[in-house]
Design a protein. Structure first.
Length: 482
């Protein structure tokens, strides 16, 4: 049985939608990182994750660089180095990077894309989110292995299909005679000890009128179908995909990243639940068995996951493979498709097509990006980011608010130097497999424009060098052609 861990609950989503994101990124450049952190803390739900990380980074100590502004409190960080020129054209009708002198973005990005560290094939796309216009492209329609940047597609589809307020239920059902208890998994990989304890307490209360003699415990993970093992096989990056699991099947105290995993998440969850029922005064005999609730059983206890908006943000911030696969299956269930790898592929692709996104050449073999059979284009990734930034689909806001922030949070927390112009101005999903590196997200351009970008590379030989080259590309967008 896995050791227990907790996950701090995210706060409530704040107002603003995509326009709120644009206000944040502009202010972060103009007023410095202290103001940026305050704006982010007020803007959205992830205050126990990236919001807190940004605030902690700001208050930890002064940072070098930037023009001196009078009135800065002693010990406060200096403003961002890019502050002076950001708002000069916020009201401009169109981003002018490509039309600027010297070849515009092409002159800036082309040499960086030619860096040998980016391997044998690299593609790119940049979109001005205010207009939806593609302002730079190289092979933007070429399908590439995306690694974990495919999570952007998974999260977009799930939010569109289910809505940001959707919660995944885990229930307990009791037979008519009160002698059989069934723990029914609804597909929540974040189920934890506290949730199981509440379910056990609710079950004990429901059984009390009929006595607390031994009951048979059954566990039902039948909501999902198809292979439980990912194509990569047993792996510390992902547990067997199950509709019933606790703490993502982790066997240590970690809350993210690689970890030893159980080979049977549903069985371990049921055994943990049996122990908690015992603590609540309900004896279970014999050991839990796999099955389904008997006809006529009634639901006596329910636990609901955090809202989908919070799960989506956690997926992107930490590149969480287990939640990503769960979201793909939840999307499949909504579409009436089997909750399997194949069903998820069809449902996610279908939902992206309904959103009008360019899915030609895309193959979404899984929800996490661990499968090398995945293929997406830079145009698809920038398209969905731009859609999330626009006013027509406020339900997609968590696609942006969940992106790791350069130098602050998630998988970008250790990337970007303190003096880098990209720090705090780049928010992006990373992607890494052997020989594959990718980065897709948003950057604040030199005129305060929010740019969506995707850079995909294959045939890379040094992950560190490839990541440095990708970070340089994203940072170049914050400098633009000025």
């Amino acid at each position: 049985m896995s050791r227990w861990r907790g996950w701090k609950k995210p706060g409530r989503p704040g107002p603003g939608g995509a326009s709120g994101d644009r206000r944040f990124v502009a202010c972060s450049a103009v007023l410095g990182l202290a103001v940026a952190a305050g704006a982010v803390l007020a803007a959205g739900p992830w205050d126990s994750g990236q919001r807190k990380a940004e605030l902690d980074r700001v208050v930890a100590g002064a940072r070098a660089g930037g023009a001196h502004h009078q009135g800065t409190a002693p010990g406060a960080p200096d403003p961002a180095a890019s502050a002076p020129a950001v708002l000069t054209a916020l009201g401009a009708a169109e981003y002018v990077g490509e039309a600027a002198g010297g070849g515009g973005l092409k002159a800036v990005l082309a040499p960086l894309l030619d860096d040998p560290a980016l391997g044998t094939l690299r593609t790119a796309a940049v979109v001005d989110t205010a207009t939806g216009k593609q302002v730079y492209a190289r092979g933007a329609a070429t399908p590439m292995t995306p690694a974990s940047t495919v999570k952007l597609a998974t999260v977009t589809a799930a939010l569109s299909a289910l809505g940001p307020g959707h919660r995944i239920p885990t229930t307990v059902r009791v037979s008519k005679d009160g002698r059989t208890v069934t723990l029914v998994g609804g597909g929540d990989p974040t189920l934890d000890e506290a949730a199981l304890r509440d379910l056990a307490a609710g079950t004990a209360r429901a059984l009390r009128p009929s006595g607390t003699g031994p009951v048979t415990l059954v566990y039902d993970a039948s909501l999902y179908s198809g292979p439980a093992l990912h194509a990569i096989g047993p792996n510390e990056n992902i547990a067997p995909v199950s509709a019933l699991m606790v703490d993502e099947g982790r066997l240590d105290d970690s809350g993210k990243g690689p970890a030893p995993r159980t080979g049977d998440p549903a069985r371990d969850a049921a055994r943990a639940f049996a122990d908690l029922l015992g603590e609540a005064g309900v004896d279970t005999r014999p050991k839990p068995t796999r099955g389904r609730a008997a006809a006529g059983s009634t639901t006596v206890a329910t636990h609901l996951s955090e809202p989908l908006a919070a799960l989506a943000e956690r997926t992107l911030t930490n590149s969480d493979n287990d939640i990503a696969e769960a979201l793909a299956r939840q999307t499949a269930l909504k579409a009436g498709a089997p909750a399997s790898f194949a069903g998820g592929r069809r449902a996610v692709t279908g939902r992206l097509r309904q959103l009008g996104l360019p899915v030609a050449g895309a193959r979404l073999a899984d929800g996490s990006g661990l499968d090398r059979a995945d293929k997406v284009t830079a145009g698809l990734l920038t398209g969905l980011l731009a859609l999330a930034a626009g006013p027509a689909h406020p339900e997609l806001r968590p696609v942006l608010t969940g992106l790791p922030v350069a130098g602050f949070s998630g998988t970008l927390g250790s990337r970007y130097a303190a003096t880098s112009l990209g720090t705090g101005l780049v928010r992006a999903k990373t992607g890494t497999l052997t020989g594959v590196n990718a980065l897709a997200g948003t950057a604040v351009g030199p005129h305060g424009r929010l740019l969506a970008f995707a850079f995909l590379a294959s045939g890379t030989t040094s992950p560190h060098e490839a990541e440095t080259a990708l970070d340089a590309l994203a940072t170049a967008l914050t400098r633009g052609t000025r």
